[in-house]
Design a protein around this ligand. Structure first.
Ligand code: ZN
Ligand code: ZN
Length: 326
């Protein structure tokens, strides 16, 4: 069973004592708005997987020498790679190598908003969406093989290792990390049914599928949600899972301290219940990697939540509290 952390353990994980007096005041203020993790439901990730957590010190000791930092000017881009055209055999929807945004891009109902969210979340680096040109597509199709199978309910599913191998080879030079998005379902191993996504920390590439974010993925008739409710759910899930997987590409392990976007999850219900931002511990790690101003980042998050207030009302309230620091 998962043992909830004590306040002392949370402060140690943050390495509170090494902060300047000003930073201590800020972190104390911030921390009161993040819930410490408490006992978990039986089926939740933390009761099913033994996680040791990753303190700020663990993160620094392990990664400070290994080309972790995207402080190098030439590697400051987080790429969102639209993979569907590469996986599709026929019809190609390719307009340009770098996407001109419309609301609906490729097969994702709200990708433009997801990218806007990621730009606020990973404030300080460039977040770019890309898909291959027609010429690249025909080259890739000759060069790479994408193992796939048809599931018992008739949907095509792709093996993640082939995709990771592909991404490793096509990532641009200025890429810090790259997350591919696809509407195809994914599986990581022959004996697994499916996976939402996978991240390769070593090569800093990952992939997520948004197919199952649709509540009607398995059953067309249940649950009964309006188109608008459905789209909001897909938007939230897409924002959360993309930011979570990119967090792994920044070498964050699962968080065991706070209700935090880097918590592990067993199901979409667990994702739905998780908070949409990272806790003060991960913020400190991210700041160390990117080097941003925390207030500025929260300001960008507020802008995004305010622009999408119908869907992110609670999140807007949270960020306004953080920003109202006396
Ligand atoms: Zn994870
Ligand atoms: Zn955390």
């Amino acid at each position: 069973m998962f043992q909830p952390p004590t306040l002392d353990e949370c402060q140690q994980a943050l390495e509170f004592t090494s902060l300047s007096d000003h930073e201590k005041t800020c972190k104390c203020y911030q921390s009161q708005y993040f819930d410490q993790l408490t006992e978990q439901l039986w089926g939740n990730w933390l009761n099913q997987h033994k996680e040791s957590g990753q303190t700020f010190r663990n993160f620094m000791d392990k990664h400070q020498d290994d080309d972790l930092y995207c402080k190098q000017e030439e590697r400051r881009v987080v790429y969102i790679y639209l993979l569907d055209n590469v996986l599709m055999d026929g019809q190609v929807d390719t307009t340009a190598q770098e996407i001109q945004f419309k609301d609906r891009i490729g097969n994702h109902p709200c990708l433009k908003k997801v990218i806007e969210f990621l730009r606020a979340f990973y404030w300080g680096v460039t977040v770019k969406a890309m898909q291959p040109s027609e010429k690249q597509l025909s080259d890739y199709r000759n060069q790479f093989k994408f193992t796939n199978r048809i599931t018992s309910f008739g949907k095509k599913q792709f093996l993640t290792s082939d995709i990771i191998n592909f991404l490793k080879q096509v990532k641009p030079k200025d890429c810090y990390c790259m997350l591919a998005l696809t509407s195809f379902d994914l599986y990581p191993k022959e004996d697994w049914n499916y996976v939402f996504g996978i991240a390769n920390m070593t090569h800093q590439v990952g992939v997520i599928s948004h197919s199952r974010f649709d509540p009607n993925f398995m059953n067309k008739f249940y649950p009964i949600l309006s188109e608008k409710e459905k789209e909001e759910l897909i938007l939230k899930r897409s924002c959360k899972l993309a930011a979570h997987e990119i967090g792994h590409l920044f070498k964050f392990k699962h968080c065991i301290y706070y209700d935090c976007l880097m918590n592990g999850y067993n199901s979409l219900e667990e994702v739905d219940g998780t908070f949409i931002d990272i806790c003060p511990i991960e913020i400190r790690k991210l700041k160390e990697s990117i080097g941003f101003d925390e207030q500025e980042r929260f300001g960008k998050m507020r802008e995004f939540f305010k622009g999408n207030e119908e869907c992110f009302g609670k999140e807007l309230e949270f960020v306004e509290k953080i920003l109202s620091k006396p």
